[in-house]
Design a protein around this ligand. Structure first.
Ligand code: AMP
Ligand code: GLY
Length: 423
């Protein structure tokens, strides 16, 4: 029986906690810092994801056996490395890569060089700093519109610019290098634009073997028809209808396997999740980005489709026994619809009372930005709650989530009613 600590506070961490809690191997579950939803599954501990000393205290006090790191920030900041370097923590099991592996998400330049080295299909690119700006300007002239500019470092999902006009792209390149995204854009990756339809594929690995989790598609734009500003994600569906067996096999042989093999060849220790942000270009999968964690809101759909004991998979990743694991997938479809605060992704108000939870039927509510305030649950973020449902297909799962989306109330509530429109 294990004491497990989940690090994070979003819908992803609630969904993982929900799945972890179904395992008979769990003694106690803790979430740091968690949200009003995770509080129903385990004990929330008010320690932030970057407070390594605070997390150490929790791990020792609560006799934690397994730490599952949800978001990218503590991974890129080196939480796993911190634990390995600490005499009292080094034997605690961890799911989530060390800093070197986390660079696959923390540095676009590092990720592109990795893909190039290991022949993994991705867009043509050039990395630019103030040192080779003229080369960058000239490289843009060799490309066709639109132009893709990416801040090298973490920029909370805002560091990618897609620009139609050449002169404007050249000006933007300079602005980025001048600190538009702070240190994150002191290097900029210029990339060939890829046209196609995107999907998210996930693997869990111990650095030697891997298991592929159900794939998903997320909807990033705030507006219907994929219009308006980018958000953290407005919903997700799984499976992805166009990702048939033949396509998934291409993804495995051309992308997933070479990535895990590449980590081995480069002597990069890696255990945890790999999120492949992919695009299908005329039926051929290419990598847009790596993330070193699960996707959010994809996790709020993907967890519903994992039939296996999730704790077994987590333990196998932490202990290096993934080669002995099998994963069993639920045949049903799953959908997650995200309810967000009015005004999001711009300014919005927090602390708005929520109601209607007990009126919902046949959905699972995964809290993203909520907080318990007295006996009330109030909004505490832009993305507030994901409504996840099963269905025989995507449309049935979505219809169920939409029916319940009507029942949860808070002033300013907004959600997209067209998820799956493009499939
Ligand atoms: P990223 O942060 O790298 O995932 O980029 C954010 C979004 O920008 C992606 O989800 C894509 O929609 C888009 N994008 C990134 N790179 C490219 C590319 N090379 N071609 C077309 N769209 C891209
Ligand atoms: N849903 C995309 C992400 O988690 O980055």
């Amino acid at each position: 029986m294990l004491n497990i600590l989940v690090v994070g506070s979003g819908g992803r961490e609630h969904a993982m906690s929900w799945k972890i809690k179904q395992s008979e191997k769990v003694n106690q579950l803790f979430i740091a810092p968690g949200n009003a939803g995770t509080a129903e599954l385990g004990e929330n501990i008010p320690v932030g994801v970057s407070d390594f000393e605070g997390l150490k205290k929790v791990i020792l006090e609560k006799k934690i056996d397994l730490v599952v790191i949800g978001p990218e920030v503590p991974l890129v900041e080196g939480l796993h490395d911190f634990m390995l370097a600490d005499a009292e923590l080094k034997n605690v099991k961890v799911v989530g890569p060390q800093q070197e592996g986390a660079k696959l998400e923390g540095s676009k330049d590092y990720a592109k060089a990795f893909m190039q080295r290991h022949d993994i299909p991705t867009a043509k690119y050039l990395t630019v700093t103030t040192g080779n700006l003229p080369e960058g300007i000239a490289f843009l002239e060799t490309m066709k519109a639109p132009y893709v500019l990416k801040a090298d470092g973490l920029a909370a999902g805002k560091g990618v610019l897609i620009i139609a006009d050449l002169a404007e792209a050249q000006a933007s390149l300079k602005e980025m290098l001048d600190g538009q995204f702070g240190a994150a854009s002191s290097k900029v990756v210029i990339e060939e634009f890829l046209a196609g339809i995107e999907l998210s594929v996930f693997a869990i690995t111990d650095g030697k073997d891997y298991q592929i989790l159900p794939e998903a598609k997320d909807y990033k734009r705030i507006g219907e028809g994929d219009t308006g500003l980018n958000t953290g994600g407005m919903g997700a569906i799984s499976p992805v209808p166009f990702a048939d067996q033949a396509f998934m096999e291409k993804i495995e042989t051309r992308i997933v396997k070479p990535t895990v093999e590449g980590l081995k060849k480069d002597h990069i220790p890696y255990n945890g999740f790999i999120f492949f942000g992919l695009i299908s270009v005329d039926g051929e999968p290419m990598v847009i980005e790596y993330n070193v964690r699960m996707g959010d809101p994809e996790t709020e759909a993907v967890m519903l489709r994992i039939k296996s004991d999730f704790v077994d998979l987590l333990l196998a990743a932490a202990e290096g026994t993934m080669g002995q694991q099998q994963i069993e997938i639920d045949e049903r479809a799953a959908a997650a619809v995200m309810l967000v605060s009015g005004g999001y992704p711009g300014d919005y108000t927090k602390g708005i009372p929520m109601s209607g939870f007990t009126d919902t039927v046949n959905s699972i509510l995964f809290h993203a930005g909520t907080k318990q305030k007295g006996d009330e649950v109030v909004t505490d973020g832009g993305r507030v709650i994901a409504i996840s449902s099963y269905g025989k297909d995507m449309n049935e799962a979505l219809a169920q989530s939409y029916a319940n989306a009507e029942k949860i109330n808070f002033e300013g509530k907004y959600y997209r009613k067209d998820l799956g429109f493009d499939l």
